[in-house]
Design a protein around this ligand. Structure first.
Ligand SMILES: [Fe+2]
Ligand SMILES: [Fe+2]
Length: 298
């Protein structure tokens, strides 16, 4: 075994020693748990849970944060099914092996994200309350059975990976800038580093799909673009949990809805549209709904 491999083993040992189950109440209670921990440990970074400063917050601030981390847990849980459905589309479109493995691994990452968000919801939740569980739900990606398989895979890759995950990286990056609580910062950083790869997966697959499918794929992508932007804008526009976003709340990893609109609008204009244009996709007036009026409407 080479030195390089030994070094990698060294890193894994460090991770092994630091690993602790994140949300043990959300496990099966069967021997599968050991295998789950092995899987989660592979990519975990230690989170300093004990350094959380949640205890100093006012009850209303804690409730606001518990509500937001619970929504995040629900979104991460939904993303598990999103990548599962995307994997089916990619298999049907005969996507290359690296795209398939990274898509399936993204689903596993989302399980870990959901676990971390649940634990955060528990940290901010009321003492003695039952441990939080993700609410039931499953993603419903657009599915048109008659459609060309390559176009179907490409349309859902645009929505799930290029638009949704790229926006996630920009909003997580901006949120991290405000965050000083050590546990919240570590969780956001861990999620952020995975979402960067989830976005790269989509942009790389787009490049490949365009190489394989040419003009037809470019036309399908142009037709999908407004729907993909609208899909994520719907999430940004959604009502938030009740409670004021105080300075203390911000330090625990939370921006205001108004700030999130600004982040989405600049993501559309400065990252997504230039990215799709660089791939040769006709973007038309897809960015038009997300101008100044939309950005300042909250
Ligand atoms: Fe995630
Ligand atoms: Fe993700």
């Amino acid at each position: 075994m080479s030195d390089e491999h030994d070094e990698h083993h060294g890193h894994h040992d460090d991770h092994d020693q630091a690993y602790e189950p994140t949300s043990p109440w959300w496990l099966s209670g069967t021997p599968l748990e050991a295998e789950h921990h092995r899987l989660m440990r592979r990519r975990s970074v230690p989170i300093p849970w004990a350094e959380s400063t949640a205890a100093v917050l006012a009850p209303a601030e804690r409730a606001r944060l518990a509500g937001t981390w619970m929504r995040r847990a629900a979104a991460e849980y939904l993303a598990v099914s999103t990548f599962s459905v995307l994997a089916i589309d990619l298999v049907a479109a005969m996507a290359p092996a690296d795209v398939l493995s990274l898509c399936l691994r993204a689903g596993i990452d989302e399980v870990r994200h959901a676990e971390m968000c649940l634990r955060m919801a528990a940290i901010y939740g009321e003492a003695g309350a039952p441990p939080p569980m993700p609410p039931p739900g499953m993603s419903s990606l657009p599915d048109e059975p008659g459609r060309n398989k390559l176009h179907q895979a490409l349309a859902n890759t645009m929505l799930v990976s290029c638009v949704s995950e790229t926006y996630a990286t920009t909003v997580l990056h901006a949120t991290r800038e405000l965050t000083t609580d050590p546990a919240a910062l570590a969780v956001l950083t861990s999620i952020y580093s995975d979402e960067v790869m989830h976005a790269r997966l989509g942009w790389s697959y787009m490049r490949h799909a365009i190489d394989v499918g040419g003009e037809g794929v470019l036309a399908a992508a142009a037709a999908m673009l407004p729907r993909a932007l609208r899909g994520v804008a719907n999430v940004v526009e959604r009502e938030r949990p009740i409670g004021e976003v105080t300075e203390a709340v911000r330090a625990h990893g939370l921006m205001t809805p108004a700030e999130e609109r600004l982040v989405f609008a600049s993501c559309v204009h400065e990252v997504l549209i230039p990215g799709f244009e660089a791939l040769g996709i006709a973007v038309g007036d897809a960015a038009e709904p997300y101008g100044d009026a939309w950005a300042h409407a909250a």
